[in-house]
Design a binder for this molecule. Sequence first.
Ligand SMILES: [Zn+2]
Ligand SMILES: [Zn+2]
Length: 371
Amino acid sequence: MSCAYPFLVIVLISSIYGVFLADNLLPQIHALSGKDPEEDYFYQPGKTEVVLVFVTFHLLFSLLISCFVLASQSGPGYIPTENEQDRTKWREGDFVPRYMTKMEDNLVKEIISDLNYPGMATPKIKELLRRIPVVERKKKYGDHRHCGSCNQYKPDRTHHCRVCDRCILRMDHHCPWISNCVGFRNYKYFLLLLFYATCCTGFVLGGMFRRLIYAFRPIINTADFLLEDLPVVIVWLISLFLFVALCMFLSFHINLTLSAMSTIELREKKNNDDPFVVHRFKVAHIKYDRGWYSNLVHVLGPTWTWFLPIFPGGDGTYSTYNALSYDEYRKVKPTIATVLCPCFEGKPELNKPGAASSYGAEGEAKAMLSA
Ligand SMILES: [Zn+2]
Ligand SMILES: [Zn+2]
C-alpha cells in the first residue's frame, strides 16, 4: 500500500511526459526538418520557439524529477543523537539544567498558563522566547514534551509520526504520494516538487493546446485517433486537473512558509477548539516567526538557492542556545535577567554552555536557588 501512491505518481509523470514528447514535441521537431510535410498539419511554431520550449521543459522536468527523488528518499529530519552531548540533551532532557535556568523554565510555564499573554508580548519577552531552547510544553501542567515511543524529549515543532513510528523534526505531514514524512530536512524539496510540478503541468497545458484543438478534427482513421489524438485529450485533461490542484496546494504551502507554520501547527494548534492549545501555539509561534522574508530564507536558504534543490542548513531543533557562542550568550543574558529578576545579573557564568563539568546540573540548580 505504501508503494501504491508513489507508483501512481511515477505512472502519471511518465504518461504526461511520454504523450507531450511523442505526440507534440517530437512531431514539431520532425516537421522542422521538412522530411515529412504531411506531419505539418497542426500549429507549427518556428525553430526558435520549438528549441526554447524543448530545452525549458526538459530543464523544469529534470528539476521536478530531482525534487521528487530527494523529497521521497531523504530523511525528513530526526532528533540528533550522533554525539554524546546530543544524546544526553534529548534522551535525558539535559537542556533543562544546562541551557535554561529554572527561572526561564518557570517563566515559560507562567506565560503558557496565562491566556491573556499575547496581549502583553513586549519586545523583551519576545526576544526571551526566541532565545529559550524549548518553549512548547505539554497541555497538562506545562511539562516538557516527551515521546514515550522514541524515549526522547521533543524539540520544539517536533512530532511523532505514527506511520514512520519516529519523531520528526518540524514535522509538516506524512505524505503518501512520496511515501515519506515531510519534515525539516526535506520540506524544501517537497515545496520545490510542488513548484516544478505546477510549472511542468502548466507547460504541458500551454504547449499542447493547439495539438488538443487539432485532435477534435473529423475522425478519418480510427487507429490514428485512438493512438495519437485520444492520449493527447486525456493527458491534457489530467494535466488541467493536476495544475489546478497543484496551484491550490502550492499556494497553501507558500502561505504556511511565509507565516512560519507547518500543516500540523495550522490544523492541530492554530485552529484548535481548545483556547489553551491555541494560546500555547501563539506563544511558541513568537519564537519561529521572524517576518515573511526571514521565514522564506529559513526554509529556502540564501536567495540564489531558492529554486535549486539545495538544503538550506540548520539542525531543526530550534534550540538556539546551541548556536550561540559564550560571548553572544552573555549579551543575551542581561535581557533575560532584566525581564526576570535583577538579581540574576552578574551571574552569567552559571549558564555558560559546557559549564556543567564545573557546576553540573545539580550544582546549577542549587546556585540558581541560592541566587
Ligand atoms: Zn517519537
Ligand atoms: Zn511519517
